[in-house]
Each structure stands twice: as structure tokens, then as C-alpha cells.
Ligand binder design. Structure first.
Ligand code: FES
Ligand SMILES: [Fe+2]
Length: 467
């Protein structure tokens, strides 16, 4: 293995010895979507990532003023605010926004601040015909125009036409409502680059899904420590050893495209054991995989004659999808039904594609403290399944020391998230006592983390625009 200082300038073929994801796609018996063939890995440098990026209050402040203020952020789902008058609060740093459905087709985001003496207008998400401040009763219409100035005779100096609630820009994609605090940010359509067209592939679209689980987990770590623990499969070997029986962790494909700033991807294959264990009998891999997929597997379950564990697992998953979705799924490749096909949309949204899982994550700082963050875990179920399930608007909140088992809706994922939880505060504490220059990253398996920091650097080094 070459040292971090003597790495190749590009990464032609990486990953553990064994089948690559692209070679697995060669074995598919169904047509493979172009999106899965679009792969790109590059060496982005080998310098350590400065520890202060995770621990410094000054860096958190810069991040807030230069990055969070300029990016598109997912504020809520459209199904969180289905009726005119429904609104959700979205908070980032010290900024609070009211994201409201103003008409059937129009969603707007208002700064959640009364223009009288600055009280927060709304204390929680809800529904109303207008926004009335609890302090003195100033009231704004749903479209943000002023409705009532309490004791108006005392405010003859206020121009009512100019007394509308200030707004943040709103964009929509995939059933998500995005906001940006900047007038300079490019339109959401171009910001998302190839993402919308990729998700149009074969019914992956997230707009046809409903949020059926929403858990808000608070962590005692920087938001980047949390994010970075969920965009690589490298940690499976030590953090989730139970998954190595059915997950090809070290066969994961990582994609970073030099011409795309806001998206990276990984594809972690299932239906094979990790090269870090084994050899294991095929039946062991198959049964563990089916148990992880469906939460259940007969100990005597057998792989049909002539099938690999991966192909047999894919058939089990297709049968499950066909039953739960009541829709044709025979055309979907093994990769689409089994694997973790996970996109990271800069800075903080992580979405699965295909049918391997319905997970979505959102990561944010908790206020301005670099040592605290919020991770939200959502399941977006395809519509025909969600008819049997209740759409969930209000998240279940879990404190920093609370087990994910306190959110039973996470099912079998709770134990896995608890395994991740065991690292995060410990990383934050470790970074603070670290003697070296910073964090060392693997050239390939942690390429997405390096790319994320490079884009973050582009934002924080760009001077703030005036005016
Ligand atoms: S602060 Fe809102 S009405 Fe006075
Ligand atoms: Fe994990």
C-alpha cells in the first residue's frame, strides 16, 4: 500500500480484491440504468483535514455566514404541509423560518420574526389562517402581508405596504421543499446538477413517496462528524461487524465527479459477504441477508438451484416489493432492489436511490455550538405502501444519550444506528485532544468526505457579497 504522500494521481480501479460494482452490473440479466454506469473516482489530495474544522467556534461561525447562508437546504417535505395554512418551522443556526403552504400550489418561507419587537412569530409547526404574534398581537396574512397592527393609531409611522414578512427563496424537488437564505444562490434546478434526472430513472422518484418515519436524533458532536460517519461503508468492519456476513462493504463503489459540486455517491453491494470475513457458506450469506432485508429468515431457507446468494436475495426482495408496492418490479436490476445506492447532496442531505432502502438523512448544527448537531432519519415509502401507513409530520426526538430503540418505528435499523452512536461523541472528544495535524482519509473509501471538505472550502473562502 502506498503512503498518503505517494498516491497515484487518479484512481483507476479501487476497492478490495474481488468483484467491482461495475462487474456485478455486467452480470445483471436486466438492462442496467445509465445512472449506475456513470462512475468516476479521482484522487483529490492527501492532506490531513484540520481538526479545528470540527471543533472551533470560529470555524462554525464562518461556516454559518459563508456556507449555510448560501446553499439550498432541505427544509421539509411537501406532505408535511398538505393543506393551505399548514406550516413547518425550519431552523439553521440562529435563523428560524416558517415554511408555509400559501395556496394549493405555492409554498413560501418567511423569517420567523415579528417585525414589531422581534419575538418569534411561531413557536412550533402548525396550521393557521394567519400568523399572530403572541406578544402584542400583530398579525400577518398567510402571504406575508400585514393584516393587523394592534392599536394602529400608535404606528402611524409604519408603511403597511412595506411591512410584509421578509422571505427566503423556496425551491422544490422530489417532494422536498428547499430554502436558501441568499438571493445570489443559483436556481435549485442547476444547484442539484444531475440529481433530478437520475431520480427519474425507473420510478426512483422521491416525489411519489411519503414520509412515514421521522426521528430527530441529537448528537454531542459536530454536524460534519455525524454526516461523515454515514457516507462511507469503510466503518462497517469495526462498527457494524454483524453486517459483514451479507454486505460487501469493501467492494463499495465511491463516485465523485469533478464537474459536479453538489453530489457524490456510493453503491454498497449486498448478497455477498465482506472480504474482511470468510470464507462463509453461501447459505449463511443468504439467510443473514434475507434476515437483514425482511427482518426474518427461516434457518432452513435454501438458495434455489443455480442461483448465487445475491441473485437469490434479489428475487426475495422483488417478491416482497411486488407484494407491498402492488406494482411491476421484474424489470429492476439486482442492484436497484438490493444495494445501498446513496447520494449526498451538498451540504447536508443524504438520499437513497432505487429500492434497497427508503432512507433519507439530514444533518445540521444544533444552534451555533460546534459540539452539537442534529441528525434526522426519515423513511420515504413509495405511495402504494404508504396508503397503509400514516404520514408522519412531527419527528420523534431523541436526546444525545438516548438509544434509537426508544424510536421503535426504526425497526431493525435502531440497533445499527446505536452502533454508529457509540462513535460520534467519542470522535468529537478525540478531535479535541488530538496531537497530530488532523484527520487522515483513505484515498478511495473516504473520497466523498474529502470532496465534501473541498466544496465546503470553496464556499467559506469566497468573499461575502455586499448589497
Ligand atoms: S413583538 Fe410581536 S407584536 Fe410585539
Ligand atoms: Fe454506520
Amino acid at each position: 500500500m502506498s503512503s498518503t504522500k505517494k498516491s497515484p494521481s487518479h484512481l483507476p480501479r479501487m476497492g478490495a480484491d474481488g468483484p467491482s460494482v461495475q462487474e456485478m452490473l455486467d452480470q445483471e440479466t436486466r438492462p442496467v440504468p445509465n445512472a449506475l454506469r456513470d462512475t468516476s473516482s479521482v484522487l483529490l489530495g492527501t492532506e490531513p483535514i484540520a481538526k479545528e474544522r470540527y471543533t472551533s467556534a470560529d470555524f462554525a461561525k464562518t461556516e454559518m455566514s459563508r456556507m449555510w447562508s448560501r446553499v439550498w437546504q432541505m427544509a421539509c417535505r411537501e406532505e408535511d404541509i398538505p393543506q393551505v395554512g399548514d406550516y413547518q418551522l425550519y431552523e439553521i443556526g440562529d435563523t428560524s423560518l416558517i415554511v408555509a403552504r400559501v395556496t394549493d400550489d405555492e409554498i413560501r418561507a418567511f423569517y420567523n420574526v415579528c417585525l414589531h419587537r422581534g419575538r418569534k412569530l411561531c413557536d412550533a409547526s402548525g396550521h393557521g389562517v394567519n400568523f399572530r404574534c403572541p406578544f402584542h398581537g400583530f398579525t400577518w396574512n398567510l402571504d406575508g402581508t400585514i393584516k393587523t397592527l394592534t392599536n394602529e393609531w400608535d404606528f402611524s409611522h409604519v408603511e403597511k405596504e412595506e411591512f410584509s414578512l421578509p422571505e427566503a427563496r423556496v425551491g422544490r424537488w422530489g417532494g422536498f421543499v428547499f430554502v436558501t437564505l441568499s438571493d445570489e444562490t443559483e436556481p435549485l434546478e442547476s444547484y442539484l446538477e444531475e440529481i433530478p434526472s437520475i431520480y427519474e430513472t425507473r420510478g426512483w422518484s422521491l416525489s411519489e413517496r411519503t414520509k412515514v418515519v421521522h426521528v430527530e436524533k441529537h448528537y454531542d458532536c459536530n454536524w460534519k462528524v455525524a454526516l461523515e460517519a454515514f457516507i462511507e461503508s469503510f466503518h462497517v468492519v469495526a462498527t457494524h461487524p454483524g453486517a459483514m456476513t451479507y454486505l460487501g462493504d469493501a467492494f463499495t463503489q465511491y463516485d465523485v465527479w469533478p464537474d459536479r459540486r453538489h453530489s457524490t455517491r456510493m453503491i454498497s453491494p449486498r448478497g455477498m459477504h465482506s472480504p474482511n470475513v470468510g470464507p462463509l457458506p453461501d447459505e449463511t450469506v443468504y439467510r443473514a441477508g434475507v434476515r437483514a432485508l425482511l427482518g426474518d429468515a427461516a434457518e432452513s431457507a435454501k438458495i434455489p438451484e443455480g442461483k448465487t446468494p445475491r441473485a437469490a436475495m434479489a428475487d426475495v426482495k422483488r417478491a416482497f416489493l411486488k407484494e407491498t408496492l402492488a406494482r411491476e418490479v421484474d424489470h429492476l436490476t439486482d442492484c436497484e432492489v438490493l444495494d445501498t445506492i446513496q447520494y449526498h447532496i451538498f451540504p447536508n442531505l443524504v438520499c437513497w436511490a432505487g429500492y434497497g432502502s427508503y432512507l433519507v438523512y439530514r444533518f445540521r448544527p444544533n444552534g451555533s455550538d460546534p459540539d452539537r448537531s442534529i441528525m434526522e432519519i426519515m423513511f420515504l415509502a413509495p405511495d402504494s405502501e404508504s396508503k397503509r401507513l400514516q404520514p408522519v409530520k412531527t419527528p420523534t426526538r431523541l436526546g444525545p444519550d438516548e438509544s434509537h430503540h426508544n424510536a421503535p418505528q426504526l425497526g431493525g435499523y435502531a440497533a445499527v444506528f446505536d452502533e454508529d452512536l457509540s462513535n460520534l461523541a467519542a470522535v468529537q472528544e478525540g478531535l479535541k485532544s488530538m496531537k497530530g495535524t488532523g484527520v487522515i482519509l483513505g484515498n478511495y473509501q473516504e473520497m466523498r468526505i474529502r470532496r465534501f471538505h473541498q466544496i465546503l472550502d470553496e464556499y467559506v473562502s469566497e468573499p461575502e457579497k455586499r448589497g
